[in-house]
Design a protein around this ligand. Structure first.
Ligand code: AMP
Ligand code: MG
Length: 422
């Protein structure tokens, strides 16, 4: 027997040659995920954050008629003298929603409010601040005006027939306003993906019970519930599943019957109590990956019938990191919209950050804008993957690329703000 231990690759190693990159993992997930097919027709208020099914073309012009962008006087520019002041007779008033019915001839003007329809014969609105009204009620206007001044043309925002919202777009509050401005009351959107999730581990207890010896409270399900609640998905919480093959199989079968995506936490490391792998292999297919990121190295991708399974690590910070990097794009693809990559911002580090080259790291940071308009970022104390307060105190990840070998105060780093609502 040798007097040295032949150690196996582990998450303590900076780099494991068997691991795959973050981009490769994303590519493999994208390859598997098929968008949901079914659609539903909903009142537009309920379409917020949902994915538009078919391109929306405008049935009409917005605004429907030319109207005034200012409070002022509508008139024909041709009736202004070339130089000096012209006096106009005011023949009526046009309010928003209450038009002036007559027409404007030379030497006449109409008092007009913002949004009021441009009367026949007028081709400009002179803002009231550029006019004088005499004691006799005449309106005095100088020569410096042009045709079209302060007029919002019909169709200026949206032309009839124009494409306004593409298929596959996740609908924003502004989109709902655009739909309303077109008089569209209901819209076809893709159905919400259903996401089922559970925790694994015999050590886990639900909150609300006194903690038994050797146990810990299950925090992952609460983080997952929070992150999923910010997304347009239906969620099914399947509780805690014991580290036992039969229980695991049943949980997976039950989840697959209900959900498009199944998430679990824990039970995917090389520990002896890892039951996910055999259970998945029995009822579906599976791939186990080591991803060259920290935290969050072990990840499982699988499939049971039409449901995708993503097995996240057990450590709470690793759960949040892998959710933000892999689950968010998987849900976007399922929902039928194009996955977005988290946005990176440049920031100046306030602290020294320890890192070994080899893996892509997500340290937790607090970013603030300094008085020069530059982002500065400090760390949130201990960075262990079980230290969940490092996440709750933070507002961003400090993203350190594979080859980074540590950061000194004043160095420039990339940060990713937390955004669980993509
Ligand atoms: P595992 O991958 O199952 O070995 O879990 C790795 C570590 O994460 C262990 O220390 C677990 O106790 C912890 N852990 C796993 N699941 C949870 C959970 N739902 N809540 C809090 N900690 C967990
Ligand atoms: Mg476990």
């Amino acid at each position: 027997m040798s007097d040295q231990i032949a150690s196996q690759p582990s998450c303590a190693d900076p780099f494991d040659p068997a691991s795959i990159s973050l981009d490769e993992a994303l590519r493999r997930i994208a390859e598997r995920v098929q968008p949901v097919h079914a659609c539903e027709r909903l009142p537009i208020r309920e379409c917020l954050d949902r994915v538009n099914h078919e391109i929306v073309s405008s049935p009409s012009n917005v605004p429907p008629h030319a109207n005034s962008a200012m409070d002022g006087f509508a008139l024909a520019v041709a009736s202004l003298q070339q130089d000096g002041i012209t006096e106009f007779e005011q023949i009526g008033t046009a309010y928003a929603g209450n038009a002036f019915e007559g027409s404007v001839s030379a030497g006449q003007c109409v008092r007009i409010m913002t949004g009021g329809l441009i009367p026949q014969g007028a081709d400009a609105v002179i803002m009231q601040e550029q006019t004088e009204v005499t004691a006799e009620g005449k309106v005095r206007i100088d020569a410096n005006h042009r045709v079209g001044e302060n007029i919002r043309e019909a169709g200026e925002d949206i032309k009839q027939g124009a494409a306004v919202i593409d298929a596959g777009v996740r609908l924003s509050p502004a989109d709902l306003g655009v739909l309303a401005s077109l008089g569209i009351a209901q819209l076809q959107v893709k159905r919400k993906p259903v996401v089922a999730f559970f925790s694994t581990g015999d050590e886990l207890m639900p909150v609300g019970e006194p903690l038994a010896p050797g146990k810990i409270y299950d925090s992952n399900r609460y983080c997952l519930h929070g992150m999923l609640s910010r997304m347009a998905v239906d969620i099914v919480d399947l509780g805690v599943v014991r580290d036992e093959p039969q229980a695991m199989r049943e949980a997976l079968e039950n989840a697959a019957a209900k959900a498009d995506l199944i998430l679990s936490t824990g039970g995917v490391s090389v520990g002896e109590a890892d039951f996910i792998k055999p259970a998945l292999e029995e009822i579906g297919s599976t791939e186990f990956w080591k991803i060259a990121i920290k935290p969050g190295r072990p990840l499982t991708l699988g499939q049971i019938d039409a449901s995708i399974f993503i097995g996240l690590p057990g450590n709470p910070v690793a759960v949040m990191v892998t959710f933000s990097q892999f689950v968010v794009p998987a849900i976007q693809a399922l929902a039928g919209t194009r996955p977005t990559r988290p946005k990176l911002f440049k920031a100046r580090a306030d602290d020294r950050l320890r890192k070994k080259p080899g893996r892509y790291e997500f340290q937790r940071g607090i970013a603030t804008l300094d008085e020069t308009g530059e982002w500065r970022v400090g760390k949130t104390g201990k960075q262990g993957s079980g230290i969940l307060t490092s996440m709750s105190r933070a507002n961003c990840f400090i993203v350190l690329p594979d080859d980074n070998a540590g950061v000194e105060p004043g160095d420039e780093v990339s940060i990713q703000f937390f955004d669980w609502s993509l």
